[in-house]
Structures are given as structure tokens and as C-alpha cells.
Ligand binder design. Structure first.
Ligand code: ATP
Ligand code: MG
Length: 656
């Protein structure tokens, strides 16, 4: 929390978004649930008796080696699900498909940035995973040990993750775009014994020297005994004798078979650090059975996985979205995953659309930041390609502004693909609030309804429920199977951050409100709420109103102290590529926002910028803009910032 204190008052909602889209009939006909009432019935029973519900889901969707004694225990803020059972994640993602008709089905279709393509059938992926697990074993790793994965988005990243799960090694994937310092911090925090990396990775046509960065990180870490290096770019790299091993050489020496070992339901699966949007990243620990169950069933119901789908979640495996929806969710469902190594606009801004057309991608799951940047570039790029294979579109990571939603629906989905806006967090493990496609009407900017077994509530500080469509703190009523069990090494912080803010509820840190039909609208981070003349405004609504302006591509609003109003609004704005700043534009934008949502939201200051500061997963870092607008200096944690030059440019402007 910004002030370590929750404010008494609620969050005011100003945005009037009344558009509503009924489910597409053709889509509905083939969807797993018959209609909305079926969802409602299932949802109600999942809330009435969650143990019974999850037990049934687990028995239906996962393979356990040994059944559980009891379903759930919650003591001292420690959750246990499926107690006494054993299972193995790689068994669920691979063996069970290899033992079925899916044996020769493509598990992974991968395209590198230079255009090289590789396909792995389930059988092939299974073989590679077993060999990789044997590499780990031969280096002395046993269940409970930790491995860091710092790689480009290449098949070996997925293989290494699955190999860890095969023998119970806990992985921590560090996004390949992070610097050596971030890698070092994460290795130190989690105490990894081994590091998977690559010589380099391709990004925007150049080579990122990953091994060099890894070497630097390892100068200040003491726990890593070995480094396994994939040859990707053929960079010249230093291989430290006795420590560093080439993947292709060392794997050739391994036995081909490695049985999946039975692990208890609560066996630690991975540690993953949050995006760092609001502060220093936290290492969340997820465990085996509950996490896999969440990833599996949310993928099945929300993305309507069919045998013939080519499913593409554009996230890097360094983020939770990549864990749950590039690797574990789709593979557990036996889907065909598409993966792309490089930048979305390389060599041309149409790269995404070209690949969708080339590989006949059916499902695209991406982030609002990507959608906004495509809008900024112009429609000619998607319009050049045949996107008719697409049948479902998803979004995650930030609130999607209604205008971006409409563009996604029209220009990419051609008004025939359901838009599945999924709200969730690293902590929640998998999707929590999202439309069940085909049976739920959608509203641009609303993540709609909760997933089965999840009971979101909007609360005020005292724990009472917000009334009507009043905005408040989005909380979750009870523990659920796929939530993080702790912050690695700091259970007190876990308790305090998530369960003590409003006693007895999981505290998400996001603000939200519910409309008359019960739909949930995420209004932005609680930390980012702006207090104007006693009215507390979420950032999402003001930004969405601004983005509706025809010249604007992106907008971030923050508050700064104001002697009269308490806080004034500062709007940082990027324009569409085709637009230029002119003398009327500020006034015009200001009027536009006032007309859209009211005088209260009138910006006190509008600043044009070429880019906004974002995390490496593409989220706007309002806290840095707030510091800049308030004090002109930035002291907060910037380790997750994507591009430091953005800050420099903003600072220069500030000094003008
Ligand atoms: P940190 O916790 O370190 O500040 P972070 O919250 O950005 O970083 P993640 O776990 O990657 O880390 O992101 C989860 C957050 O992203 C949510 O709390 C929410 O603010 C935002 N978010 C994700 N999906 C959506 C969505 N569909 N609609 C609105 N907000 C979303
Ligand atoms: Mg967070």
C-alpha cells in the first residue's frame, strides 16, 4: 500500500460504458457448457460446497498416482489441497497424452525470430523432457532442489520447466530480457543450484548476449554449481570448465528414459517473481496439485480448447501467464501450443498477423499493451493478412480500455471471436474473473464473472461490502486450490500483504466495482487511486476516456499534490503514429475527457511523451510517473523497468 493504510472511502466510478455483446451463436453451439444457466448452476454449487466441487474437478481432469485423504486444510494462513495424494505434473502434461491418440499430435510449434520453425509432437517433447531430467539428475539434483531458467523463448525453456517437474526440482524462470542484476537477485533469493541459459537470443534483429549476462550474475551468487547452455545464436561465449555444459553435448550422454516421480500435492513447483509494477518483485511459491488443477480447468473452460486448435499465448514463460497458459494449462489439456521467440514488430510490424495466417492460429491470448501498440501502428498491418483461422481472443495483464477491446474485436476478431478478458495475478496462479466464451455476454473493459469456486467480493476498509456499484477493494472470500502458498522465505509478508489487510479475505491490491448485472470492472491498482476533492478515482476510467480520443494511443494518469483539491491529475500521453502535437491538442483532450466522464476528471497537466515507462511485461509503471510528477526525482525500485531511456526523456521534458 502507498501509505500503509487503507483509505476509508470507496472508489468513485465515472465511466459510462454501456455496450454489451451477446455471445456468438456459432461459437456457442460447440462450447462445452450449454448456456449461461449451466454456468450459474455449476458456479453456485462450487461456492456452496467448494471441497466437493474441486474434488470432482481434480478427479475428472488430472491423473493422480495416489488419491487424497482429505481435500483441504487452512491453518495459520497455510493452505493444503488434496492432502495425502501424489501426482506428477510432467506426467499429466506428457505421459498421459503419449499413452493416447495424441502421441503424434503437435504439442509445440515454435517459430524463431529469424523465421526458423520447429515442431515437437507429444512423443518428441516427452523424449526431450526425459533426457533433460536425466541431465539434472546426473548433476546431482533431487526433489526440492532449485533450478533457474534464464532463456530466450525457445523450446528448451519449456523442456527445462517440464524436466524439473518430472523429478520435483523447483524452477524459477527469470525473463530472458532481464539484466544480470535481476537474475542475480532472483538466484540469491531462491538459492538455485543450477542455471539453464543460452548463448544468446534474437530480439529485434540483434542478438541479446544471455550467457555473458548470466556470467556476470554468477560472479555474485554462490549457490549455482552448474550451467547448462543452449546453443541458439552461436555467439562466442566463455564456458567455465567444471561448471558450464553445452546442452547439446551433455544431453547426448544421457539415458533416454526417466520415469516421472510421484510428488505430494503440496510439493513446491515453482517460485516466480511478480512483474514489479507496484514495487520490488515478490517471489511467489506455487505447489503441485492445486496449481495444475487451476491451470488445467481454466484453460479448458475459458479458452475452449478443441483437439484441432492452434493455441497461442504470446506471453514469455518468464511471467505467470507463460507458466499457466503457454506451458502447464495447454499441455495438460493436450493442446497444440504455438510459441514465438522474438519481437512482435520484427522485421515488419505485421509479424504477429503473418504468423497467425501461416500457422492457422485459432486462439490468440495477449496483453492490452500489445493491442494498444498495434492500434498505434495502424490497421494496415493486420488487414494485410488472412486472420480467418482465429476463433477466440484473450487478454490479460492490465485493464483493457474499452476502445482497445472494440478494436481487438473488430479488426482482429472480425466480430466473430469471443473476447476473453482474464483478470488474475501471479499470486492467484490462474484466471479468476473472466467470461466463459460463447455463453456470456461481454462488455468492453469488464472481466465479467468469476471462475468456478472463486468468490470475489468488493469491500471497504472495515470489511463491509461496497453497496450497489460502489467501487472498493477487490478481495477473494476463501482460499482456492491454485493460489500461491507463500512468499518464498517470508511467510509473514505473505500473511500481511494478502490476508491481513482485510482480515479473513485475500486482498488483491486492485480496485473494482460491480455493475447491476453483477459484472466485475477492474478500476486499477489501489495504490494508484487519485483523490480529487474527496473523490477517489481509479486510473483505468480516466485513461480509457482519454484513449477514446482519436489522436491518443496510450495514456497514464497519476495524482500530484494540489493545495485546493488534495490531488490534481497529471496525464502522460502518447499519440498514434500518424498524429502530431499541435497547439490546440491539450485543450481538445482536456475537453474530451471532461465530456466523456465529467469535470472531476479534468487533467491539471497534460504531458506528451514518446513512450510510457513500463515493466518488462508491458505494464505501465504509474508509481514512477507519480514520483516524477510530484518531486521530479525517481527514487523507487526501477529494476523491472523495460527501457531506461524512457525515464531519461521524461526527466528532460520535466526540466524544460
Ligand atoms: P507487482 O505485484 O510486483 O506490483 P504486478 O501486479 O504487475 O506486479 P502480476 O502478478 O504480473 O504483477 O500482475 C497482476 C496484476 O495485473 C493484477 O493485480 C492487475 O492489477 C493487473 N491485471 C492483470 N490482468 C488484468 C485484467 N484482465 N484486467 C485488469 N487488470 C489486470
Ligand atoms: Mg501485483
Amino acid at each position: 500500500m502507498a501509505n500503509n493504510e487503507l483509505a476509508e472511502v470507496s472508489i468513485d466510478s465515472l465511466l459510462k460504458e454501456n455496450r454489451k455483446f451477446l455471445p456468438n451463436k456459432k461459437f456457442s453451439e460447440n462450447y462445452i457448457l450449454k448456456d449461461y444457466n449451466t454456468y450459474k448452476r455449476m458456479y453456485n454449487s462450487s461456492i456452496k460446497d467448494p471441497k466437493k466441487f474441486w474434488e470432482k474437478m481434480a478427479a475428472t481432469h488430472l491423473v493422480f498416482f495416489k488419491k487424497w485423504r482429505s481435500v483441504f486444510k487452512w491453518k495459520d494462513y497455510k493452505a493444503e489441497w488434496f492432502i495425502g495424494a501424489t501426482l506428477n505434473i510432467s506426467y499429466n502434461c506428457l505421459d498421459r497424452h503419449v499413452n493416447s491418440d495424441r502421441k503424434n499430435k503437435a504439442a509445440l510449434i515454435w517459430e524463431g525470430e529469424p523465421g526458423d520453425v520447429k515442431t515437437y509432437t507429444y512423443q518428441q517433447l516427452y523424449s526431450e523432457v526425459m533426457i533433460c531430467a536425466n541431465m539434472l539428475k546426473s548433476l546431482g539434483l533431487v526433489a526440492g532442489d532449485k533450478a533457474a531458467i534464464y532463456m530466450p523463448l525457445i523450446p528448451e525453456a519449456m523442456i527445462a520447466m517440464l524436466a524439473c517437474t518430472r523429478i520435483g526440482v523447483v524452477h524459477t524462470v527469470v525473463f530472458g530480457g532481464f539484466s544480470s542484476n535481476s537474475l542475480r537477485d532472483r538466484i540469491q533469493d531462491s538459492g538455485c543450484k543450477i542455471l539453464f541459459t543460452a548463448d544468446g537470443g534474437f530480439r529485434k534483429g540483434s542478438v541479446v548476449k544471455m550467457k555473458e549476462m548470466a556470467d556476470e550474475a554468477l560472479l555474485e551468487t554462490s549457490t549455482i554449481k552448474n550451467v547448462i547452455v543452449v546453443k541458439r545464436t552461436s555467439e562466442k561465449v566463455n564456458m567455465k570448465t567444471g561448471r558450464d555444459l553445452w546442452w547439446h553435448e551433455y544431453s547426448a550422454k544421457q539415458a533416454k528414459v526417466c520415469e516421472a516421480i510421484p510428488l505430494s500435492s503440496e510439493h513446491p513447483l515453482f517460485i516466480l517473481y511478480t512483474s514489479g509494477t507496484t514495487g520490488k518483485p515478490k517471489g511467489l511459491l506455487h505447489t503441485t496439485a492445486g496449481y495444475l488443477l487451476g491451470a488445467t480447468v481454466t484453460t479448458k473452460y475459458l479458452f475452449d480448447i478443441k483437439e484441432t486448435d492452434i493455441y497461442w499465448c504470446t506471453a514469455d514463460v518468464g511471467w505467470i501467464t507463460g507458466h499457466s497458459y503457454v506451458v502447464y494449462g495447454p499441455l495438460s489439456n493436450g493442446a497444440t501450443v504455438f510459441m514465438y521467440e522474438g519481437a512482435p514488430t520484427f522485421p515488419e510490424p505485421d509479424r504477429f498477423w503473418k504468423m497467425i495466417s501461416d500457422h492457422k492460429v485459432t486462439t490468440l491470448y495477449t496483453a492490452p499493451t500489445a493491442i494498444r501498440s498495434f492500434i498505434r501502428l495502424g490497421n494496415e498491418y493486420p488487414l494485410k493478412h488472412d486472420l480467418s483461422s482465429l476463433r477466440l481472443l484473450g487478454t490479460v495483464g492490465e485493464p483493457i480500455n474499452p476502445e482497445a477491446w472494440i478494436w481487438y474485436n473488430e479488426v482482429i476478431g472480425k466480430k466473430k471471436c469471443p473476447i476473453v478478458d482474464t483478470w488474475w495475478q501471479t499470486e492467484t496462479g490462474a484466471a479468476m474473473i473472466a467470461p466463459f466464451p460463447g455463453i456470456m455476454a461481454t462488455k468492453p473493459g469488464s472481466a465479467t464473472n468469476p471462475f468456478f469456486g472463486i468468490e470475489p467480493v468488493i469491500l471497504k476498509k472495515d470489511g463491509t461490502k461496497a453497496k450497489g456499484n460502489e467501487g472498493g477493494y477487490l478481495c477473494i472470500k476463501n482460499p482456492w486450490p491454485y493460489m500461491a502458498r507463500t512468499i518464498y522465505g517470508d511467510h509473514d509478508r505473505y500473511k500481511k500483504t494478502y490476508w491481513k489487510e482485510i482480515e479473513g479475505h485475500y486482498f488483491t491490491g486492485d480496485g473494482a466495482h460491480q455493475d447491476k448485472e453483477g459484472y466485475f470492472w477492474i478500476m486499477g491498482r489501489v495504490d494508484d487511486v487519485i483523490n480529487v476533492s474527496g473523490h477517489r478515482l481509479g486510473t483505468m476510467e480516466i485513461e480509457s476516456a482519454a484513449v477514446h480520443h482519436p489522436s491518443i494511443a496510450e495514456c497514464a494518469v497519476v495524482g500530484r499534490p494540489d493545495p485546493i483539491k488534495g490531488q490534481g491529475i497529471v496525464a502522460f500521453i502518447t499519440l498514434k503514429k500518424s498524429e502530431k502535437v499541435n497547439s490546440h491538442l491539450k485543450e481538445d483532450i482536456s475537453k474530451f475527457i471532461v465530456k466523456e466522464i465529467g469535470t472531476l476528471a479534468r487533467p491539471d497537466d497534460i504531458r506528451f511523451t514518446e513512450a510510457l515507462p513500463k515493466t518488462r511485461s508491458g505494464k505501465i509503471m504509474r508509481r514512477l510517473l507519480r514520483e516524477l510528477a510530484t518531486t521530479g526525482v525517481i527514487k523507487g525500485d526501477t529494476t523491472t523497468l523495460e527501457d531506461f531511456s524512457v525515464l531519461e526523456k521524461l526527466r528532460e521534458k520535466d526540466e524544460d
